[in-house]
Ligand binder design. Structure first.
Ligand SMILES: Nc1nc2c(ncn2[C@@H]2O[C@H](COP(=O)(O)OP(=O)(O)OP(=O)(O)O)[C@@H](O)[C@H]2O)c(=O)[nH]1
Ligand SMILES: [Mg+2]
Length: 369
């Protein structure tokens, strides 16, 4: 699956700095750089030590990591008079995302201006959230008006579908009027389907990235506690801290120097890794692998996916003609040293259509079309 995560947030909070870090890009940064600019788009490889280890074992022609597409799209809030709120086009771009990566400024550095004069991450989080609530509210309001004449004209199954839609929209309206994002509504599968086409913004999972000061990277908890509390009030929302400026400096170093620098700071891994992993966790995604001398590759599926659908992530033929899958956990394969040896040891399992693929499984799909 091709995941799209959109980086958003107020002006000058470090969105483009983070975007460059995640995607290895070189988009222009600096306060005011992106306020009116185009949306940057780039791809991040999902770092995965398991892929590295499997690749070392197979020495394949090609090693393919999972990927996440990141977009960098700034939003102003309505109270900023010179901006007049987010444009319809930007909101439209946001609607086609799988997740929102909301950057909030926690760094104090007075040399970078703040649109609301003071540094207050919890306030900023709420102010962008409010723009998204307003945008969804406008969609629901318009649709509720139009659905009435449609309902009067509709019959049978069509009428039932419209009635279901109206009932979900009314629930959504109540939620939005209480300034509660739609992801907090416990919609069942049928209700979700009824409103899927509207691509509500507050239905998207949200990863909050607190861009902290250099001084706070090792002990970011004090800065994070109020943000975590704000995020914990909602479903499908979580918080990670990074210091984008520092990470950008480290990214320019040679790997050895970078490692030593990180150790001095007490940071164990690049922010990139934590941000991407948090995105996966938030979206409930897992990885499985395929291996061979041609290619070692990671594939992304929602947790709980059964073997045929997982095979379909590789190719639709594999889903259509699915017979069975040979499965082994990635670390057991490494222990065994080869598939042949793993089979001899009896650690390769044969699984059928009902098997739920686990994070870290190595799959070999047998199929017939
Ligand atoms: N001190 C400090 N400065 C930062 C940090 N992250 C970004 N900056 C600075 O803040 C300014 C804005 O950074 P950008 O990455 O361009 O922010 P942006 O959100 O993309 O800004 P616009 O696109 O213009 O809205 C730049 O001068 C960055 O160097 C940080 O963690 N600490
Ligand atoms: Mg920018």
């Amino acid at each position: 699956m091709n995941l799209v995560s959109t980086i958003t947030g107020l002006p000058y909070v470090g969105k483009t700095t983070l975007f460059n870090l995640l995607t290895g890009g070189h988009a222009a940064t600096g306060a005011f750089a992106g306020a009116e600019a185009e949306t940057n788009v780039g791809v991040a490889k999902v770092p995965d030590a398991r892929v590295d280890r499997l690749s070392a074992l197979y020495a394949p022609k090609k090693t393919t990591y999972a990927e996440v597409t990141y977009r960098d799209l700034g939003l102003a809030h309505s109270a900023q008079q010179h901006q007049g709120g987010p444009s319809a086009q930007k909101l439209g771009d946001l609607r086609t995302s799988d997740a929102i990566l909301h950057v909030v400024r926690a760094f104090r550095d007075a040399s970078v201006p703040h649109v609301d004069a003071t540094v207050d991450p919890v306030r900023d989080l709420a102010s962008i959230e409010l723009e998204l609530l307003i945008a969804d509210h406008a969609v629901v309001e318009k649709r509720l008006e139009r659905i009435e004449p449609e309902l009067r004209a509709a019959k049978g199954a069509e009428r039932e579908a419209r009635e279901r839609e109206r009932s979900v929209l009314r629930k959504a309206m109540t939620s939005l009027e209480a300034e509660t994002p739609l992801r907090d509504l416990a919609l069942d599968e049928e209700e979700r389907r009824a409103v899927r086409g509207y691509r509500f913004l507050t239905l998207l999972p949200q990863l909050v990235v607190a861009n902290v000061d250099e001084a706070d990277v090792a002990g970011a908890e004090a800065v994070l506690a109020p943000l975590r509390a704000a995020a914990a009030a909602h479903r499908h929302e979580s918080v990670v801290a990074v210091c984008a400026k520092l990470e950008a400096e480290i990214a320019d170093l040679e790997p050895e120097e970078a490692g030593a620098f990180r150790r001095d700071l007490g940071v164990t891994e690049p922010a990139l890794h934590r941000v991407i992993r948090a995105t996966y966790d938030l979206l409930g995604l897992v990885s499985f692998f395929t291996v061979g001398s041609d290619e070692v590759r990671a594939w992304t599926i929602p947790a709980g996916t059964q073997a045929p659908a997982a095979a379909g992530a590789i190719h639709s033929d594999l889903e259509r003609g699915f017979i069975r899958a040979e499965v082994i956990e990635w670390d057991r394969l490494l222990e065994a040293g080869s598939e042949a040896n793993a089979k001899k040891r009896g650690v390769v399992r044969t699984e059928g259509r009902d098997y739920v693929v686990k994070d870290g499984d190595v799959l070999h799909v047998l199929f017939n079309v």
